[in-house]
Design a protein around this ligand. Structure first.
Ligand code: 3HC
Length: 337
């Protein structure tokens, strides 16, 4: 029912997990000091660990990317959280609750991975709240109907998995290990979205139209999630040389399109691109690129929901102050005992 892509992607996660164990068991031979050791580890496809020396720019790149990723998971709880009280059945509500809770967990794993690089979670959260760190563009679009919850699961979580499975092979150990767990959970998220859309697209005429409308609105923002085209990507070249990123933004976007066409067929829904067609020479689908000017506007804070998302996050942070204080007081008491 779900197509072959998800088992294939999960197979890649399993392989990355095995590679992590093998890498840890191998010795890296390098002479000539810290820089040579760092480069030898990257060359040998082993992992840089928190105790290892690393260039400052490698550390900064990781902090930037992992923090943005963590913030995306936390802000990403809002569009779907919006539907918890309105899910059509108790079962759907329980599933959605669990999913939104998973996103909070992903944020925690990622903040913890960033902390191994010498920044505190408080520092990163403060930067998000001050608008000095980003989160994914995709979460600045509204969820207008129940079908949007399905479209987010199928397309947004689907795009997230395609982007994140290669991160399981990232050269920084704590990030790679966090990604393995996250990808396993994301595959469930993608399937629940697919199943919601499948139910709607095989329901009444109105339900089918609602599913198609959601796919029409979420398709291009999902393609934009992969970032600017390679020619405009500031970090890709260096991040790929360091084996933080394993594929470029455009390569992953193409993989995602190719994966969705078959699944849209199973759903009986249309992808809103009249120029989408198989290219025999490239062995891939030709497709219309998303509007990158719109992506830049959303990244700059001018998307449909940017202000609302940040206002909500700041309010939640303020209202949660007493919980943080109580947890800190309890931890102090326990440590003293
Ligand atoms: N939204 C917001 N900012 C984006 C963006 C997007 N979709 N795509 C790119 N950018 C920003 C970059 O952060 C960078 O800005 P900066 O220099 O101020 O940090 C700038 O645009 C140029 O882009 P680059 O291609 O040079 O940036 P990267 O090399 O970092 O690539 C990325 C961008 C592919 C998103 C990469 O950072 C990445 O793979 N990150 C990890 C995954 C992630 O963060 N995913 C977010 C979604 S998480 C999610 O969806 C949760 C799930 O539960 C649904």
């Amino acid at each position: 029912m779900y197509g072959n892509d998800i088992p294939e992607l999960l197979g890649e996660v399993e392989a990355a997990e095995a590679a992590l164990r093998e890498a840890a068991a191998r010795d890296t031979e390098a002479t000539g000091g810290e820089v040579a050791y760092f480069e030898a580890v990257i060359q040998a496809d082993q992992k840089i660990e928190p105790r290892d020396w690393m260039p400052d720019s490698y550390r900064k790149t990781l902090i930037r990317q992992i923090a943005q990723h963590a913030h995306s998971e936390i802000i990403g709880m809002q569009p779907e959280g919006n539907w918890i009280s309105r899910a059509p059945t108790l079962k759907r509500k329980a599933i959605l609750l669990a999913k939104v809770q998973d996103e909070a967990g992903h944020g925690l794993y990622l903040y913890a991975a960033a902390e191994t690089l010498g920044v505190s979670r408080d520092e990163l959260v403060d930067k998000l709240l001050a608008g000095r760190q980003k989160y994914s563009s995709i979460f600045n679009y509204p969820t207008l109907t129940w079908a949007d919850v399905g479209a987010i699961g199928w397309l947004v979580d689907g795009a997230a998995i395609v982007n994140q499975v290669p991160l399981c092979r990232c050269s920084y150990g704590p990030y790679a290990r966090a990604m393995i767990r996250i990808c396993k959970e994301e595959s469930f998220h993608q399937r629940q979205g697919f199943e919601i859309l499948h139910t709607l697209s095989h329901g009444t005429g109105g339900q089918r139209a609602m599913a198609q409308d959601a796919v029409d609105r979420w398709w291009y923002p999902s393609l934009a999630m992969f970032g600017p085209p390679d020619a405009d990507s500031t970090h890709s070249e260096q991040s790929m040389a360091w084996k933080i990123k394993r594929f470029s933004n455009d390569e992953l976007r193409q993989r995602f399109v190719d994966m969705c066409v078959q699944q849209a067929g199973v759903l009986g829904l249309t992808l809103p691109d009249p120029d989408l067609r198989w290219n025999e020479d490239r062995q891939a689908y030709d497709f219309t690129q998303p509007d990158y000017d719109e992506l830049m506007q959303v990244i700059k804070g001018n998307g449909p929901c940017n202000r609302q998302r940040m206002a909500h996050r700041r309010r939640a942070h303020d209202e949660g102050a007493w919980v943080r204080e109580a947890a800190a007081a309890y931890a102090k008491k326990k440590a003293a005992a």
